[in-house]
Each structure stands twice: as structure tokens, then as C-alpha cells.
Design a protein around this ligand. Structure first.
Ligand SMILES: C[S@@+](CC[C@H](N)C(=O)[O-])C[C@H]1O[C@@H](n2cnc3c(N)ncnc32)[C@H](O)[C@@H]1O
Length: 378
């Protein structure tokens, strides 16, 4: 199987390419101040979400005593130590900071929640923990399929599930408002930095083009996790956010108030764009949520709507064999969360699928537990 990991492309990455950094002049005071600001803010995020994760773990341990016993998750391969995970998150932040200092995108605006919002979201998060624990213990992941009065029955069957055992699946505003926080607890506050790695090939594309003339869409944009930083990084760019969840889109509309974003509530496998009409498509954390057949349909749609020379910027979970020492952790994920298509994703030959649609990979870089790639249509 042709796997991306065998031929990593580390372009634009000073931490990985080595050498260049050591030839640089001593940083100015201004640079040191913005570096300190970055470290302070990301360090706070790491601490905040790690504390939530630890509190959740203890809460779950207490809850489990009253819930039906479930089989103990068994890793299929090596699992990284906490120390290794911390080192890999630190490496991700270092890459992110290097990209900011290289002028590829501005310093991140993560975590701009007010204290009041933070407390409210934290409370909502802990209030939901017992619900998630109950679903995990009882295998209840079909609530959004079964309750047709509440959630409707028009959306595709594969989509109407309580992914991750989350309350309301993708289908309520409460779920949309909790989603980013929950994902950050899972990834120790590193989620936004993983998404931003897609801005590295994006910035490279825009060096060659006029931002105002770029036709860009973010597939499965959710609450705007990539669309928001992309529009703030590239101030003349406009973008369309596509997602199947109206509640997630309505939160995205609130957060991305630039006048440069529009939104379409539709399926990534049936895009409302003309053939050869887009320059850039991005897609973050969607493919592992799709059945194999739908993955192929989304790639075929991407190949249809992209212009010749257009790019598909891909960010999703690492796959089996991407980086040494992580395969066991990846195999635990679908045992701990309702992720019905994740195991098939782990061994999916993504390069092969894009190649079958006529597209070739031009960039690849792991970023903590994500893989970031660019596929081009010739
Ligand atoms: C894991 S979230 C990722 C959201 C966002 N890209 C991010 O970075 O956080 C998956 C998103 O995919 C959307 N989604 C799932 N299947 C879809 C499909 N077939 N078409 C469009 N959106 C879909 C869900 O509604 C949800 O917002």
C-alpha cells in the first residue's frame, strides 16, 4: 500500500529541516515579547484542558462504579507515554510559532473566551460527562437515529449517530457549543494548532495568487475551526463553509463575522459548486467520520469542483504507521468513543484514493495526532 508516511515533505518547516534556525540573528525584543505571549497563551490552554481531562477521568472513575461494566480497552500496538505526548504537543507548538515568525500567518487568537464564557462552557462540559459515560457504558449511540421527532429523519443514516457518544450527535446547538471544548479536552488544547498546519501549504498557494481571486470552501467546517483562522490569516480571502449540521453552521456564522464568509448546509459528497470552479478546498477531521464509500464520493466531488491546479488541504487523524509509537493509541480511540468508521479510516490508502480521482499529494506532515496533506489536481 502506498503510504504518505514513506515520503514526508517537510517544506516550510524550520524545526524539521534543521540548520536554518541556527544561522538566524538574535531575536529582537519585540520578537521575544510575542514569543513569550505565544508560550504563555498556549501554555495556559495546555494546563486548562489537561486539568479538565484529569477531572473528567476522575469523574468517570466514580461514575463507572454505578454503570454496567464495559470491556477494558486493549491497545493494538505501542502507546506513547505522557512524556512523549507532551513532547509532541510542544513540537507542534514550536512548528506553529515558527510559522507565525516566518510570516505565514498571524499569531493565533485561540482561547479568546471571556472568563464568564469559559466558566459556563466548563460547567456545561462537566454536566454532560455523566451523559457521555452512560452512553459509553450502555452502548447507546443511536439516540439521534431513534428519536426521529426530535432530530428528523432526512439526513443520511450514517450521519445520524451519537458520534463520540456526544449528546445530540451533530444535531443541536448545545452540541455545537460544547464541541470545540470537548475536542480540546481530548487533545490537551492542541486542536487549533493542528488545524493551523493546513495554513502552511495554504500560505504557499496564496504566494502565487491574488487572495481576492481565490475561490475557497471548507468542507465539514463545523463551527468554523479552520475557516475562521484561514480568513483571519489571509485578510482578502473569502470562503464558503459547508456542513451538514445546521446548528454547527449557526455557531460558525456567529463566530465568523467578517462579511467574507458564507455558509451552505449540505453534504460534502454532493457539493453545490460547478465543475472546475474552486481554487482551494480544505477539510478538517471529516474523513474518519465517513463510511469508506462516502469518503470516495467526497474525493470524487473534490476532484470535480477543483480547477486544474487547484488544491485539497486535508487534516485528519494520523493513520496506522504514520509515526512510530502511536498505533496503539489510535487503536484505542474507537474502543473509547463511538467512532463507527475510524478503524476503516486507519488503514485507508488515502494517496491511492486521491490518485484514483486524478489528484497527487504535494505535501505531507504529521502534526501531533493529525496528518496534514495537500493533494493537487493537475
Ligand atoms: C469532527 S467535526 C469537524 C468539524 C471541523 N472541521 C473542525 O475542524 O472542528 C465533523 C463535522 O463534519 C460534519 N459532517 C459529517 N459528515 C458530513 C457530510 N457528509 N457532509 C458535510 N458535513 C459533514 C459534521 O456535521 C461536523 O460538523
Amino acid at each position: 500500500m502506498a503510504r504518505a508516511s514513506t515520503t514526508m515533505d517537510h517544506r516550510h518547516d524550520r524545526t524539521s529541516s534543521g540548520g536554518a534556525g541556527s544561522r538566524r540573528r538574535r531575536p529582537s525584543l519585540r520578537k521575544l515579547a510575542s514569543r513569550a505571549d505565544y508560550i504563555w497563551k498556549q501554555g495556559n490552554r495546555l494546563a486548562l484542558y489537561t486539568l479538565h481531562s484529569e477531572a473528567m477521568r476522575r469523574m468517570n472513575a466514580r461514575l463507572q462504579k454505578e454503570l454496567p461494566e464495559t470491556p477494558k480497552p486493549v491497545p493494538d500496538g505501542p502507546v506513547p507515554s505522557q512524556r512523549r505526548i507532551l513532547a509532541d504537543i510542544t513540537a507542534l507548538f514550536a512548528d506553529d510559532l515558527n510559522s507565525v515568525e516566518d510570516g505565514l500567518y498571524p499569531a493565533p487568537r485561540d482561547g479568546r473566551m471571556s472568563l464568564r464564557e469559559l466558566i459556563a462552557t466548563s460547567r456545561a462540559f462537566f454536566k454532560d460527562v455523566p451523559e457521555v459515560a452512560r452512553r459509553r457504558a450502555t452502548g447507546a449511540h443511536q439516540e439521534v437515529f431513534e428519536d426521529k421527532d426530535r432530530y428528523g429523519d432526512t439526513l443520511p443514516r450514517y450521519y445520524r449517530q451519537n458520534f463520540h457518544f456526544q449528546s445530540d450527535g451533530w444535531l443541536s446547538e448545545e452540541s455545537a457549543r460544547l464541541y470545540d471544548f470537548q475536542v480540546d479536552v481530548l487533545f490537551s488544547g492542541a486542536t487549533a494548532a493542528m488545524r493551523r498546519r493546513a495554513l502552511v501549504p495554504f500560505a504557499e498557494i496564496l504566494k502565487r495568487k491574488d487572495q481576492r481571486k481565490i475561490a475557497y470552501a471548507d468542507l465539514a467546517c463545523g463551527t468554523g475551526g479552520l475557516l475562521a483562522p484561514a480568513l483571519s490569516a489571509f485578510p482578502r480571502l473569502k470562503g464558503v463553509g459547508v456542513d451538514l449540521s445546521e446548528p454547527y453552521l449557526s455557531v460558525a456564522r456567529e463566530t465568523i463575522d467578517t462579511g467574507r464568509a458564507s455558509f451552505v448546509n449540505t453534504m460534502a459528497e454532493c457539493l453545490p459548486f460547478a465543475d472546475n470552479s474552486l481554487d482551494v478546498l480544505s477539510c478538517v477531521f471529516l474523513f474518519h467520520e465517513l463510511p469508506p464509500k462516502v469518503r470516495r464520493m467526497v474525493i470524487a466531488e473534490a476532484a470535480r469542483v477543483l480547477k486544474p491546479g487547484g488544491s485539497f488541504l486535508f487534516v485528519d487523524s494520523l493513520q496506522t504507521g504514520d509515526i512510530p509509537g502511536y498505533d496503539g493509541l489510535l487503536s484505542l480511540f474507537p474502543q473509547l468513543f463511538h467512532e463507527p468508521y475510524y478503524t476503516s479510516y486507519l488503514d485507508e490508502d488515502l494517496d491511492g484514493l486521491f490518485a484514483a480521482a486524478g489528484m497527487t499529494r504535494s505535501f505531507f506532515r504529521p502534526a501531533f495526532v493529525s496528518r496534514v496533506a495537500e493533494y493537487r489536481k493537475p
